[in-house]
Ligand binder design. Structure first.
Ligand SMILES: C[S@@+](CC[C@H](N)C(=O)[O-])C[C@H]1O[C@@H](n2cnc3c(N)ncnc32)[C@H](O)[C@@H]1O
Length: 239
């Protein structure tokens, strides 16, 4: 005996639910694979740190992390190299993959890496990632954006070191109209903590906003050079 046909009107919601379940399962599988890929690459990085990583390993970490806005491999390599050459603690503006990667080097070098983060959910994600991998040498500090007398920049948390030798400047976000000079505040707010020798690695240095920030910093006594052939980031030092 043939089964009675299911009316079309009943079929459609059931099909839609089945498709949603399949999409959710596929997305979950992609997340698990990326997490596994990231964990494997991070293990490889911990095995070689504090030696320099291959560019391929940094690319693998970026692929596993899965955020197209994470620091490019060239900038991560430069940050690692400057952190190794420095003797003090490192600070970064805007957390993410770089916090985890530099956390590995902080652990291997017996030093600390501090990240400022204004976005609560993003801060929680990065802090979870550090905890998942047992990286205690890096900390991501809650730092809302506040008015510093004419410009918005991170509120300075009490834990931040008094002496800063290296800054990776990849925040606050400056990719929307009106936010072009968002990264300028680093110098007026934290400049008095810069040591005699200080290096600031500024991401996205080819953008007009960052070019203006570099010009403003230059007029305040910092000098800079391009850190990559593609002008992806600038290396800023004190005269
Ligand atoms: C360009 S990201 C890069 C941060 C870091 N240097 C890295 O290597 O991943 C800088 C800022 O963008 C924001 N951000 C990036 N991705 C985000 C996301 N998926 N959701 C919310 N905020 C995000 C965070 O506030 C973060 O501090």
């Amino acid at each position: 005996m043939s089964r009675p046909a299911v009316p079309e009107a009943l079929k459609r919601p059931a099909l839609r639910r089945a498709k949603q379940r399949a999409d959710a399962l596929r997305a979950d599988l992609r997340r698990r694979r990326a997490r596994h890929r990231f964990a494997a690459a991070l293990t490889a990085l911990r095995e070689i740190a504090p030696a320099d990583p291959d560019p391929e390993l940094l690319e693998e970490l970026r692929a596993g992390w899965g955020d197209p806005d994470s620091a490019p491999a060239g900038l991560l390599a430069a940050a690692i190299s400057h952190f190794r050459a420095a003797s003090g603690e490192g600070v970064e503006c805007g957390s993410g993959l770089s916090t985890v990667v530099l956390g590995v080097y902080a652990e291997a070098l017996g030093r600390r890496w501090w990240a400022l983060e204004h976005h609560p959910e993003w801060r929680a994600r990065v802090a979870d990632e550090l905890a998942r991998h047992g990286l205690r040498a890096a900390r991501v500090l809650e730092a809302p954006l506040v008015d510093h007398g004419g410009h918005r920049w991170y509120a300075v948390p009490d834990e931040l070191p008094e002496r800063i030798e290296l800054v990776l400047c990849d925040g606050p976000p400056a990719d929307r109209p009106g936010l072009e000079l968002a990264r300028y505040g680093l110098l007026p707010v934290l400049g008095d903590r810069f040591g005699e020798r200080v290096t600031v690695l500024l991401d996205d240095a080819g953008r007009p906003g960052e070019q203006s920030v570099l010009a403003l910093w230059e007029s305040a006594g910092l000098r800079w050079s391009s850190g990559s052939a593609e002008r992806q980031f600038a290396i800023v030092t004190r005269d």
